[in-house]
Design a protein around this ligand. Structure first.
Ligand code: GLN
Length: 456
């Protein structure tokens, strides 16, 4: 991470980032830019450096936050019409932790509205374009976060991952993307999607940067009681002797170039003396179905608060309270948001709760057990992130099932609460980035980050 010093000032770093943000405007990355505030903060840091006063570990490093992270007195949109205009009364813990170390927030970046999606096409502000091919999607939901790092606008960005939203866009744009262990980082001040799955993490160019960001942010937060007691800094990276490969992910539904990339990586590992074991994980094939029950159920509950009274947008077309609620939600939510609210309320409704939600919750427990057993046979797992590289804009957006299939190899990690790190693993013949994910048991975040360093 390039921090500010006597020669390269924070002001220079911030100006450079702002210039690049402007230069890459047509990628539709930023939902807001904090030019003046960022330059003011930079000047302060430069002053401290000049006076020889201590500065943090991220002094003057410009970064951007996914626009579901709240920053006090600024607009948070979650790329959703229904939040407009919503001025945040608080700052999210993660942004606070980063700023405390001297990092400078230059703006917020685009996502699928409320983080529902795998392409950033569900954004109210339109899609972000892929860093390698402007006719292709950025991935999602954290598309803006991935492209901002891939185009070198900023050195790192924040993201949230409920079912793949950090790893998949990272792999579509050739950068690193970490979804930490559930509860490793605070979610205070981040717009909730599905609370038993949501985790906040980062996009970077190197695993070393992820290590630094985790040291700063993976802490217990009294404002988010689902955070784990501090474990990251004290944890030791485990030496990797055995890597597991999931048999069930090696099938014709996965792009041949991705399968080849995985095999090539395995050959490299074998040469380093690492054993490769094949894992039978028969419950994994149910993960997508389980996810698309549990996640919408939690989404429906979390989105019930947007009623036109408390946040942002309110419909003009209402003469009574029921219409005010109904029309606000109808006009304010995107199609995909509504789909999830309907599915969620359906699977939670009396009569269907036992058949869907309860069954999915039980299957989730089986998945957790299956991962535990897998990690008795290997230290980490190496797998594809998604079945294909970045697809074309418009290709799947009108076919929800095709879009959901994108998540087939990423959602089980959230259901099990384990950490997953997307790493760049070469390119396709046509030049699109390929990503793989390194998975480890809960709280093995340091192990997978260090392993990513070793196998780069
Ligand atoms: N693509 C997944 C979904 O649409 C994951 C989204 C996310 O992780 N926020 O549910």
């Amino acid at each position: 991470m390039k921090t500010a010093n006597q020669n390269v000032t924070a002001t220079m770093l911030v100006n450079d980032a702002l210039k690049k943000a402007e230069f890459f405007k047509d990628y539709n990355i930023f939902t807001s830019l904090y030019k003046d505030a960022a330059l003011k903060k930079a000047a302060k840091i430069d002053e401290r450096i000049k006076n020889g006063e201590p500065v943090g570990r991220l002094a003057g490093v410009p970064f951007a936050a996914k626009d579901n992270f709240l920053v006090k007195d600024t607009i948070t949109t979650a790329s959703a019409h229904i939040l407009e205009p919503f001025e945040a009364p608080i700052t999210s813990t993660v942004v606070e932790q980063l700023e405390k170390e001297g990092a400078i927030l230059i703006g917020k970046v685009n996502l699928d509205a409320f983080a529902h999606g795998s392409s950033t096409e569900n954004s109210y502000f339109g899609p972000t374009l892929n860093a390698y091919d402007k006719e292709r999607v950025a991935g999602g939901s954290s598309g803006g976060s991935a492209v901002a790092v891939a185009l070198d606008i900023v050195e790192f960005t924040t993201g949230s991952d409920t079912g793949g939203s950090i790893r998949q866009p990272a792999s579509f744009n050739g950068v690193y993307g970490l979804k930490p262990t559930y509860g490793a980082t605070s979610r205070y001040g981040v717009v909730s999607m599905a609370s038993s799955l949501d985790v906040n993490g980062f996009f970077t160019k190197t695993p070393e940067d992820l290590d630094l960001l985790m040291s700063i942010c993976a802490h217990r937060d009294e404002k988010d009681l689902t955070t784990l007691p501090d474990f990251y800094e004290e944890s030791e990276a485990k030496p990797i002797k055995t890597v597991g490969i999931v048999k069930d992910f090696d099938n014709d539904a996965v792009d041949p170039e991705i399968r080849t990339a995985l095999k090539a990586k395995c050959e490299e590992l074998k040469k380093k003396g690492i054993d490769i074991v094949e894992l039978d994980m028969p419950t994994l094939k149910y993960a997508l179905a389980v996810y698309y029950i549990i996640q919408p159920a939690e989404v429906a509950s979390n989105l019930s608060r947007y009623d036109g009274i408390r946040y942002g947008f309110r419909s003009e077309n209402a003469t009574n309270l029921d219409d005010l609620y109904g029309n606000t939600r109808n006009e304010g939510f995107m199609k995909e948001n509504k789909r999830r609210i309907m599915i969620g309320n359906f699977v939670l409704s009396s009569g269907f709760y036992d058949a869907y939600f309860l069954k999915a919750a039980k299957a989730r427990t089986l998945l957790i057990e299956e991962y535990k057993k897998a990690f008795e046979k290997c230290d980490v797992i190496l797998a594809p992130v998604s079945p294909n590289p970045a697809f074309r804009l418009g290709e799947k957006v009108n076919d929800p099932v095709a879009m959901y299939m994108e998540d087939i190899m990423s959602v089980s990690i959230n259901l099990a609460g384990i950490p997953g790190l997307a790493i760049p693993a070469g390119k396709t013949a046509s030049g699109l980035p390929i990503g793989l994910q390194v998975l480890g048991p809960r709280r093995s975040d340091k192990t997978i980050i260090k392993f990513a360093e070793e196998i780069r």
